[in-house]
Design a protein around this ligand. Sequence first.
Ligand SMILES: C[S@@+](CC[C@H](N)C(=O)[O-])C[C@H]1O[C@@H](n2cnc3c(N)ncnc32)[C@H](O)[C@@H]1O
Length: 346
Amino acid sequence: MLTLVAAALILNHSSDDLRLFNLRAKVVRHYGFLIPRSGTPMYYEIVKRLLGLSIQEIAESRKLNGKQALQVASKYLATMSTEWFKGKAPTIAYDDPLCRWAYIFAHVAVHANCLEAVIRKCESASAKFSKRIRRDELSILTFGGGPGTELMALAKHFAFLKDQNKGKDYNQVDVRLTIVDRISAWSENITLVQEEIDRVYKNGSVARHKWPARFSVFAHVLDMTDIKAFGNLPSLFKKKDLFIFNYMISEIFNLEHSIPTMRAISKSCADASYFLFVDRKDQDTKAKINFLIKKIRLKIVVEGESANYDTVDGDEQKSLLGPISRHLGREPRHTWNSCWRLAIKS
Ligand SMILES: C[S@@+](CC[C@H](N)C(=O)[O-])C[C@H]1O[C@@H](n2cnc3c(N)ncnc32)[C@H](O)[C@@H]1O
């Protein structure tokens, strides 16, 4: 056990010291399977840029100075968790740009990494799902995807797949990503996330045709509990390889109101479309996801839950948000407790 702990410590050490470097090489040879996956770090970096790009304008539009704006954001962070866990429909003011700003700071990187980790687990558990997600062309819809979290997770997943294929042929994936959320104002964020992913993929001068994936992103406003509004977008849900619900079901407390929409979605989508639910792993949330899956008659392909407090991959640096954390008086999250269900329309 101690050897494993020492191995983990050495692997996480960033010193250039030669002795440590040699030791590290030895550990890599013996315990390579334990190494946290490293790839193209992007989560905290993108989050940092998103936050920096918008705070001044948001503060000015609210007639606040920087300090006051951060105080409001900090209050939102404090109330958000209480709202999520109070056992009733949460009142989270996503309409307010400072609330969205606070959400991005605290939760987006960790939710993106969690989803990416779940996709990897589902890939290793289901060869059919893995084959599907490695197609050259993919059509994915994410519900409650307003912040752009799932876009980031997919961008990193494909960067990882390309890295894995080093030296061999890799076909760039063409992803049509439809993002649906009840809050229209998130759409600005999605555009920024997409620009940031382009910047990371470009990495100075990498030509577009060599990027791991090309994303065409479409954002739509829809409340999942409003079947009448669904009638405005009936074609949206056809021909999708994958529907993602990432930390979304836990926000819906009148779940029975979303059953008509979910039924309509599952009726209109093609057979063998996948549905991936990732969320908190408390009993209530798991029961809600199971209820939904049963109600719309999906078949579970893979299910699981994280160990207590899985952490963000070692290549991602939470410290990038250090200066903002100091002003806000709190750290962004870097652990998660999640459950997941990958189901299929059969
Ligand atoms: C906890 S956030 C998760 C966001 C993102 N998927 C992530 O993991 O970072 C929940 C999201 O679901 C959206 N949402 C909540 N209730 C919804 C509903 N009834 N219909 C559509 N979107 C909803 C919210 O606007 C918010 O963007």
